[in-house]
Design a protein around this ligand. Structure first.
Ligand code: NAP
Ligand code: SF4
Length: 673
């Protein structure tokens, strides 16, 4: 008997039976663009071996003008088929099924040749699209249909037609982008003609025994988006036209509401998909922030969907389904929805990976093989770097002793998990605990390792982390100055007026912690929807309402010395969310300051080299978030030692340290020892 009967139930699509209710959703990984299709094939094959029911590839452009960026992967010509066949054959050999997503970006294509319904520029693109004429529309349809036919020839089990997130087909649906007056514009019937025509012609080209998923924008989250009646009308029309599965898309890329970030409640949009249940006869898939088997099971058991889509969780753990089926859910590496190594990489032109699993998309290069000669190794520090090193070494067959001075493992993760909207870090710590418990690692908690402890080991890995930097600012007697560690570990009282020094990731985290009154909105979906202005699309077009954030718990000022916009260096895809959250809580953000003195009344600052405009920022508490320095005392003691000593994580380099770098460095070292 399993705890996940709905999740593990097969789904009969007529010509094929999927073994479970999980779709690995489409993700752009950047692998295809490397040209190394063996690497692409291994990425998908690893997930097929892990037992997912059906996978969807990253978006493949049907033609040059529809590519998300110049050179984006696609099925542009028959010559591309051989590469794709490498992927499908490897997936099939591993017992999996894979559909290819056809993604036409329309006005989101980053190039001057981009096309759309009308010449209306998107707020997130510098390019004004060319308005297509009748022949141009026919060409786009024909190219999409040809890509679908080629996908079949390449051995795919189906295609997903991308109709959501504000891409090409979605652009025709809404009147603020589609201003046409011909048969492709005007009435909703005319505006939905393009997606319906595409589905009908694709079905005609690929035959009945081929999966055809249509990804519909259930909730546009943009002004003048679709009404719910329009969404249902489109869903029924694409079903009639030949779609075999309806997948959910939430929010256009230009939407100013977070849809997949870690602060979005788990399964926070399944209620929208639930509204579609019963409106169509084909299976409906829920998506967004479903990252644990119990969350997926709950979505399915509550009747909110027939299947669930998870994408990033399969970067974090390719064996998600196999572990679920084997009753080992606690051992599934959790996707914490941070975007740091996946989407942020893609938006920086790098191949995707995963913060918790550096092997994601690097399967062929970063191999964890059994050690030829098992050795005795000591790891000092059980933060993300030390834990990753210890677990990888253990997996390879080495004997590992892991020393941790604190009473529990986790290091800086224990602080991160206290921040409202970062509750996923609790799951990450729990996963490390489960993995250490299931390993042969000799864990010594409450044990500050000494040189004597380390004798007798073949190699020593120092992962002692960081300590907060003292910025050396003059402090008046009686002023209340605390560090972020004291605040996030609930060790100090913080008054109603706060100045936070340092506007890096931690400064922002502390500000979010201090403005929140009660429990995090991430754990209260109704409160979260209120904060961001998400409404029932049956009541408000596109599901967009006026945001109504709760009043801040404190008056907070966030400062930095750099003369730039605070928060500019936060994550590429998540920085705007943190900035918007704090703005909604009336946090004052000031850059370009000199810290003159911390007094009992607050913080005295001035501006520029000439120290102009001196002023007092009233504050009863000043919180220092001014970066870190490496904790290397033990490493220094071992300097003259004969044993090999490796320093990793924050102990190695504190500057702009983050868990992604720490875990990646630790895993790579442990794979090589
Ligand atoms: P950080 O991002 O390096 O920021 C440190 C802050 O301290 C900066 O605002 C810096 O700005 C200031 N500072 C540095 N030296 C100072 C000095 N001597 N006196 C006064 N101010 C000084 O580091 P962090 O905020 O401590 O975060 C640590 C790491 O964790 C970062 O890599 C961060 O990306 C990561 N993190 C990430 C997230 C996330 O959401 N992805 C969240 C938390 C932490 P000025 O020099 O301009 O004053
Ligand atoms: Fe999830 Fe973060 Fe990994 Fe991306 S990098 S898959 S968001 S844990």
């Amino acid at each position: 008997m399993t705890d996940y009967p709905h999740l593990l139930a097969p789904l009969d699509l007529g010509h094929v039976v999927l073994p479970n209710r999980v779709l690995m959703g489409s993700m752009h990984t950047g692998l295809e663009e490397t040209g190394d299709w063996n690497r692409v094939a291994e990425f998908y094959a690893a997930r097929a071996r892990g037992g997912v029911g059906l996978m969807v590839t990253g978006g493949m452009a049907p033609n040059r003008e529809g590519g998300v960026f110049p050179g984006a992967a696609g099925l542009y010509s028959a010559a591309d088929i051989a590469n794709h066949r490498l992927v499908t054959s490897r997936v099939h050999a591993a017992g999996g099924r894979i559909a290819m997503q056809i993604l036409h970006a329309g006005r989101y294509a980053m190039g001057k040749d981009c096309v759309s319904a009308s010449a209306v520029k998107s707020p997130i693109s510098p390019f004004v699209p060319h308005e297509l004429d009748e022949a141009g529309i026919e060409k786009q349809i024909a190219d999409i249909v040809t890509a679908a036919a080629r996908a079949r020839e390449a051995g795919y089990d189906g295609v997903e037609v991308m109709g959501s997130e504000g891409y090409f087909l979605n652009q025709f649906l809404v009147a603020h982008v589609n201003r046409r007056t011909d048969r492709w514009g005007g009435s909703y019937e005319n505006r939905m003609r393009l997606p319906v025509e595409v589905v009908a012609r694709v079905r005609q080209a690929v035959g009945r025994d081929f999966i055809l998923i249509y990804r519909i924008s259930m909730l546009d989250l943009v002004p003048d988006g679709s009404t719910w009646d329009e969404v249902v009308a489109l869903a029924r029309a694409v079903e009639t036209a030949g779609a075999s599965i309806l997948n959910t898309g939430i929010g256009w890329h230009e939407a100013r509401v977070p849809t997949i970030a870690t602060s979005v409640p788990q399964a926070g949009f399944a209620w929208v998909t639930q509204k579609m249940m019963g409106q169509v006869g084909i299976p409906v898939i829920a998506s967004n922030r479903i990252n644990r088997p119990e969350v997926a099971e709950q979505v399915l058991a509550s009747g909110a969907a027939d299947m669930v889509s998870m994408a990033r969780p399969f970067l974090a753990d390719p064996d998600f389904i196999a572990k679920t089926a084997a009753g080992q859910a606690a051992r599934i590496a959790p996707c914490i929805a941070c975007n740091q190594a996946c989407l942020d990489h893609i938006y920086s032109g790098k191949v995707a990976s995963c913060l918790v699993n550096p092997r994601a998309c690097h399967e062929t290069e970063l191999r964890i093989e059994p050690a030829s000669v098992p050795r005795r190794l000591a790891v000092v520090g059980a933060g993300p770097a030390g834990l990753s090193a210890a677990l990888t070494l253990d997996r390879r067959g080495h004997r590992v002793t892991l020393f941790e001075a604190a009473p529990q493992i986790g290091g800086q993760l224990l602080l991160a998990r206290e921040v409202p909207g970062k509750e996923e870090f609790r799951g990450l710590v729990a996963w490390y605990e489960a993995m250490v418990a299931a390993s042969r690692i000799d864990l010594r908690l409450n044990h500050k390792a000494t040189v004597a402890d380390l004798r007798g080991h073949d190699d020593v890995i120092i992962a002692t982390g960081v300590r907060p930097r003292d910025p050396g600012i003059a402090v008046q007697d009686g002023a209340h100055v605390v560090s972020y560690v004291d605040v996030l570990s609930h060790k100090v009282q913080v008054g109603p007026q706060v100045a936070i020094l340092g506007a890096g990731g931690i400064g922002f985290d502390v500000a979010e912690f201090l403005v929140e009154t009660g429990e995090s909105p991430t754990l209260h979906p109704a409160a979260w929807r209120c904060e961001w202005g998400v409404a029932d699309p049956a009541l408000r077009r596109g599901g967009l309402a006026e945001p109504r954030p709760a009043a801040p718990a404190r008056q907070v000022t966030l400062l930095q010395r750099k003369p730039e916009k605070p928060g500019r260096r936060l994550g590429k895809t998540t920085g705007w969310i943190h900035r918007a959250s704090l703005q909604a809580k009336a946090v004052r953000m000031i850059g370009g300051v000199n810290y003159e003195e911390i007094t009992r009344d607050g913080l005295r600052i001035s501006f520029g080299p000439e120290r102009r405009d001196p002023q007092l920022i009233p504050a009863d508490t000043v919180v220092l978030c001014t970066g870190q320095v490496s904790e290397r005392a033990l490493a220094e003691e071992l300097r003259a030692w004969e044993t090999a000593v490796h320093i990793i994580g924050g102990a190695d380099l504190a500057t702009e340290l983050d868990a992604k770098r720490a875990i990646d460095q630790a895993t790579r070292l442990a794979a090589a020892l």
